[in-house]
Design a protein around this ligand. Structure first.
Ligand code: DHB
Ligand code: FE
Length: 267
């Protein structure tokens, strides 16, 4: 038996789809092009490519759903860290590494702006540190590719999970990311092209934060200096998630420092 929620969503979807067809006097050929686009997205998708999600993202749907889902958190007075879309490249079970470790393979590390990212995870209401929070991080190599898109990178490169210490502290070496295009060799690219839109995202680092008793946070941070910071192909940038990479002296392992504190909300 269908749940009330499923009934409501389906009825509303049908209503809006029919309105869309009527308002635009949609023809059989145009409708069939849409069907083909969906089928092509399905054929292209596997564990390394989520074309359906990509299509939703360039239409702003994942960002809108993110905003709707987490609007209460974001509007609280001294709010927890803002959320941002997950995107299609998250992988479960990234290596669990000690604080101070580097998520970059040596060959790739030599090609990028080496960065020491560190900070704390605290309770946004009490300000108290959260010990044992897990900071799950992932980003692209200087060629703009995530590890699973790139046969040249070792498995799980540029991914890691870090557990916060007694004072809620975490820290790891990564790279200062670069802007890069979302995959545009499929249906999503075809739609972008038809709209005269570019496929680029501003430089960003992804995070999934979790801690016992706290609401998980899916988010990204964005480099203020990055091209496309005001024109993200998937509409994910929020002001409070824009950060500054600071030139760093005195650490032979890093060219930049990136201090960043996360704030979580308890259940
Ligand atoms: C999308 C998001 C990303 O973070 C990314 O790296 C590529 C694509 C997306 O929303 O489709
Ligand atoms: Fe990304």
């Amino acid at each position: 038996k269908a749940s009330p929620r499923v009934r409501q969503l389906t009825a509303s979807l049908i209503q809006h789809l029919h309105d869309f067809a009527r308002e635009n006097e949609l023809t059989v050929d145009e409708w069939m092009e849409g069907v083909e686009l969906m089928n092509a997205a399905g054929r292209m998708s596997d564990s390394k490519r989520n074309e359906g999600q990509l299509l939703c993202d360039i239409l702003g749907l994942e960002s809108l759903v993110d905003e709707i889902t987490y609007k209460l958190a974001a509007s609280a007075p001294d709010h927890p860290t803002a959320t941002a879309i997950l995107g299609p490249f998250y992988r479960h079970n990234a290596p669990l590494l000690p604080n101070g470790a580097c998520i970059v393979s040596p060959e790739i590390n030599a090609q990028g702006d080496r960065t020491w990212m560190h900070g704390t995870v605290t309770d946004f209401v009490t300000g108290k540190p959260i010990e044992g929070a897990v900071v799950d991080v992932w980003h692209t190599a200087p060629n703009g590719l995530y590890e699973q898109q790139d046969p040249e990178q070792p498995e799980m490169n540029l991914r890691g999970r870090f557990r916060t210490g007694k004072e809620g502290e975490y820290g790891f070496y990564c790279l200062r990311p670069v802007p890069y295009p979302i995959p545009y060799d499929g249906p999503a690219g075809k739609v972008l092209k038809a709209l005269d839109r570019h496929p680029y995202r501003p430089a960003h680092i992804h995070f999934l934060l979790s801690a016992p008793g706290y609401k998980p946070i899916v988010t990204q941070i964005f480099d203020r200096q990055s091209k496309y910071i005001d024109d993200d192909a998937v509409f994910a940038v929020k002001d409070s998630l824009i950060v500054d990479f600071v030139p760093y002296q005195g650490d032979p392992k890093a060219d930049f420092e990136l201090p960043y504190d996360f704030k979580m909300a308890s259940f």
